[in-house]
Design a binder for this molecule. Structure first.
Ligand code: GSH
Length: 206
């Protein structure tokens, strides 16, 4: 069984991605949670991760860091984490990479705060542009792949995992969505694993 080192559920958006992918794929793992923003955080994470950041996966003597690389590693064990069709797989990898390397304004302007409710009235132009791009990609995915299942590419894939923190962000900041995107957000939020993450983020505050 591999180990997955993660940060606080309420704040660590990067941790949620491979954690959810592993849960959805039914891959058993041991979870090690390191509280962030403490004096000891860096030293504690460095015991596992060469970057001093979470998430990090340890499988025997194999160490994998960076959320997207971990999702790729999980897909080697559970190939359904990418679509089987070559074109859909390329698109899923493209939008997963776009999330991993982009949307800085969204990440800064709408920080992950799973347990909060913070209606957003005046997003910056940059945040609005990020939201618009994300919604247009979700609409496109659901329009073209919706007949195959309720996720972005039909069945659950790493593309859904990479956008899972955006689901929580849009719920926290009350972002209005067109129908197909709203349905996908509801599908994601209803997953037992997403509910487990949310409950744990609430419990962390006690
Ligand atoms: N690009 C990295 C980002 C990882 C990251 O920034 N992790 C944050 C938590 S969400 C972290 O470990 N922060 C601890 C610190 O900076 O001390 C990934 O995709 O895994």
């Amino acid at each position: 069984m591999f180990k997955l080192i993660i940060g606080d559920r309420n704040y660590s958006s990067w941790s949620l991605r491979p954690w959810l992918a592993a849960k959805q794929a039914g891959l058993p793992f041991e979870e090690i949670s390191v509280p962030l923003r403490q004096a000891t955080t860096k030293a504690e994470i460095l015991k596992y991760s060469p970057t001093g950041k979470v998430p990090c996966l340890i499988d025997g003597d194999t160490v994998v860091w960076e959320s997207l690389s971990i999702c790729e590693y999980l897909a080697e064990k559970a190939p359904t984490l990418w679509p089987s069709d070559v074109r859909a797989r390329a698109e899923a990898r493209s939008i997963a990479s776009e999330m991993h390397s982009g949307f800085a304004a969204l990440r800064q302007g709408m920080p992950l705060d799973v347990r909060a409710s913070l209606p957003f009235s005046t997003p910056s132009v940059e945040v609005e542009a990020d939201v618009a791009r994300i919604v247009s990609m979700w609409q496109d995915c659901r329009q073209r792949h919706g007949q195959k299942g309720p996720f972005l590419f039909g069945g659950f894939t790493n593309a859904d995992a990479m956008y899972a923190p955006v689901v929580f962000r849009f719920l926290t900041y009350h972002v209005d969505l067109p129908e197909a995107s709203r349905q996908w957000v509801e599908t994601m939020a209803a997953l037992p694993a997403m509910q487990e993450w949310r409950q744990a983020s609430i419990a962390e505050a006690r």
